[in-house]
Design a protein around this ligand. Structure first.
Ligand SMILES: [Zn+2]
Ligand SMILES: [Zn+2]
Length: 441
């Protein structure tokens, strides 16, 4: 490789040695049964009479080797950061690691561990000797930082706390111990100016990650005032909505809260007064391939990745979405949304007609609704009052994801047909379902 240094060569020799160590055992090695190579242990382990202690101690030593390598990686990353490589490459350090194939969570942790090792002697030593896993090192480093925020520590106190936290045996225990320590020290501090933890916005944090199924998972910790603002914003949007037959809203409180958050985010994205990012208003990007070989034809969202056709349909009705249609080579064909989105004039007419979500029994306010195309835009449906209907996100999702149908009625209003039924229900019909069928086309 070009520009390889002696350091890289040393590490490469080491890696090559490890690869040799696990390369499949030869017949001769298996027959002699006394080769010290790891591969021979791996092979022998499938036979009867293997030695438990030998296998277990090999597992321990491999874990230690992993820890040593993870520690070396964290220190290297810290050096890269210090000499300014990310700045020169115009990337953050975690992004740089992700570019070379490191998983996002590991990339962020590696960067943090480099900093922890720089500040905390015991963490640096544990990483170097391999008795400290990257997960533990990170939790200890974060624990010390969290305690420091609640009750400021000087350097010797930080070193002592790190050693104390290292006595725990799992990252979970370290986290709990750090929290207890923070509360204890904050209570002990006689500083009358000290902000109680419940009101300290410096302790605020929010995680946002993707799980194995591609779902977005978040945890959030807020000070009292920000928490109050969040609750106040969510509360009116969390009200239960009765079913068309008058039965209660089947959604749990947690589901209604998540739906309310989605509503707030969409309202924000649809508004014009929001800070720009790189000169453009933040928006949701949907990349839709039109042609290409099977398997390449899956649409994807900018941040969260591949999505199915029902979600694509839903997204195409949303004003917060910029759809980019690309050909088989990924070249944009159409970035316009002028023809796809209902104009303000059409939306006004729909608002006057539907007065909110038109789904039977709903009636959520106009500002909470998407303008849905009855015949999808992607199937040639036009962008007009006749082909439009206002639906809240819950009912909009239902219409896209289930067999519920919307049909324009002769009375100029949208009518709804329940799955398995042929009897249209008029928009806003509540409890007493109509038997008047001839109004629907
Ligand atoms: Zn729609
Ligand atoms: Zn609704």
């Amino acid at each position: 490789m070009e520009g390889e240094t002696m350091f890289a060569l040393t590490v490469r020799d080491f890696a090559d040695h490890l690869v040799d160590e696990v390369a499949a055992a030869t017949t001769a090695e298996v027959e002699s049964g006394d080769s010290p190579r790891l591969a021979c242990l791996l092979d022998r382990a499938s036979r009867v009479g293997c030695d438990d202690a030998e296998i277990l101690s090999a597992i321990v030593e491999v874990a230690r080797a992993q820890n040593v390598l993870a520690g070396a990686q964290a220190l290297l990353v810290r050096v890269a950061d210090r000499v300014g490589i990310p700045v020169r490459k115009r990337l953050s350090m975690p992004s740089l690691l992700m570019e070379i194939g490191v998983a996002p969570a590991v990339a962020h942790r590696t960067v943090r561990n480099g900093r922890h090792a720089e500040r905390l002697d015991s963490v640096a030593r544990g990483m170097r000797d391999g008795y400290l896993s990257p997960e533990m090192a990170d939790e200890v480093g974060r624990g010390v930082a969290a305690v420091d925020k609640r009750a400021p520590l000087d350097n010797p106190e930080k070193q002592t706390l790190a050693r104390k936290l290292l006595l725990n045996s799992t990252p979970g225990e370290v986290k709990a111990a750090a929290k207890a320590e923070g509360i204890r020290l904050a209570a002990e501090s006689d500083d009358p100016e000290a902000i109680p933890a419940s009101e300290n916005s410096e302790l605020n944090e929010m995680t946002l990650t993707s799980d194995d199924e591609g779902r977005t998972v978040s945890s959030i910790s807020l000070d009292a005032l920000t928490g109050e603002e969040l609750s106040a914003a969510l509360d009116p949007l969390m009200r239960p909505v009765p079913q068309p037959d008058g039965s209660r809203d089947p959604r749990s409180t947690a589901q209604r809260r998540a739906d309310a958050l989605g509503q707030i985010v969409r309202t924000y994205l649809a508004g014009s007064e929001r800070p720009t990012s790189g000169g453009v208003l933040p928006h949701v990007s949907l990349i839709v391939p039109t042609t290409g070989t099977p398997g390449d034809g899956v649409a994807r969202l900018g941040f969260t990745g591949p999505v199915g056709s029902a979600t694509v349909g839903l997204a195409l009705c949303s004003s917060a979405v910029s759809a980019v249609v690309v050909d088989g080579e990924g070249v944009p064909l159409d970035v316009g949304r002028e023809h796809r989105l209902m104009t303000p004039g059409i939306r006004k007419a729909l608002a006057a007609r539907d007065c909110g979500c038109a789904f039977p029994g709903c009636g959520r306010p106009v500002s909470w609704t998407d303008a849905h195309h009855i015949v999808p835009w992607s199937e040639g449906g036009d962008t007009s009052v006749g082909n439009g209907v206002l639906l809240c996100r819950m009912h909009h999702t239902l219409v896209h994801n289930s067999e519920w149908q919307v049909v324009p009625g002769d009375d100029g209003h949208p009518w709804f047909i329940e799955p398995g039924s042929s009897q249209p229900i008029r928009s806003h019909a509540r409890r007493t379902l109509t038997s008047h069928t001839d109004a629907a086309a």
